[in-house]
Write a protein of this length. Structure first.
Length: 119
């Protein structure tokens, strides 16, 4: 059985580690940086590459009812909140510790690991 949440496919590598999830709601970009790898919603890819330098994440969404969110690991939640605050990105954490934000403006560029675009 496969799970299709939308029309946009995950790359084959991510499909093999994400279990039955094969397609999602937003266009994806495959990213590898700072010891992490994922297919990310393309509008959040640059932000997540920079965020990964400070903390690990489990998931993200570029548009859930007009706002974006990032799901941190329990161990990196505080570092992530500080990361958003330092960059002036207003966000509000929910009960799971996920920062929700809208009106995202690009963070300052930094040197990052490899970025690969899904074909």
């Amino acid at each position: 059985m496969t799970v299709r949440l939308g029309p946009y496919p995950l790359c084959e590598t991510r499909q093999s580690v994400n279990g039955s999830l094969t397609h999602v709601r937003h266009p994806q970009q495959h990213i590898e940086a700072h010891g992490q790898a994922a297919c990310l919603d393309e509008k959040l890819a640059e932000l997540l590459v920079q965020l990964w330098a400070a903390r690990e994440t489990k998931s993200c969404c570029q548009d859930e009812d007009g706002r974006a969110y990032v799901t941190p690991t329990r161990e990196t939640r505080a570092a992530g909140e500080a990361w958003f605050a330092e960059r002036g990105i207003p966000c509000e954490a929910d009960e799971r510790g996920r920062p929700w934000f809208s009106g995202y403006r690009k963070a300052q560029p930094v040197s990052v690991g490899r970025m690969m675009v899904n074909a």
